[in-house]
Design a protein around this ligand. Structure first.
Ligand SMILES: [Zn+2]
Length: 111
């Protein structure tokens, strides 16, 4: 059993639900509330989360162009709304949709 680095109390292994069937394990101290998430376990969980959120969708015709329908649960999770602007980025595997448009552009301008 690991000891809390702050108060030396025993730490308890806890799991929290990150959604989409992904749980993240971490050590928690009940006495002072100190929390340690094992190195790499958060990245692993995020990787699994992305994988579990992946959906196959159909390309549809919109006017003269093509469109894709963003699944509701992804739109909800990423806070995407009608009228929002997103960046379409060609990628090695296809295209990437970047949602934090303004943040992304500002970051590039700051460099
Ligand atoms: Zn503690």
């Amino acid at each position: 059993m690991k000891k809390c680095p702050k108060c030396k109390d025993n730490m308890k292994l806890v799991q929290f639900d990150a959604g989409y069937g992904v749980t993240i394990e971490s050590l928690h101290c009940n006495k002072c509330g100190f929390n340690i998430t094992e190195e790499g376990s958060l990245e692993n969980a995020i990787g699994t989360l992305k994988e579990n959120m992946s959906r196959e969708i159909k390309v549809v015709q919109i006017g003269n162009g093509l469109g894709i329908r963003i699944p509701n649960e992804i739109a909800k999770n990423l806070n995407i709304h009608k009228g929002d602007e997103i960046i379409v980025k060609p990628d090695l595997n296809g295209i990437r949709l970047v949602t934090d448009c303004k943040h992304h552009l500002n970051k590039n301008q700051a460099k």
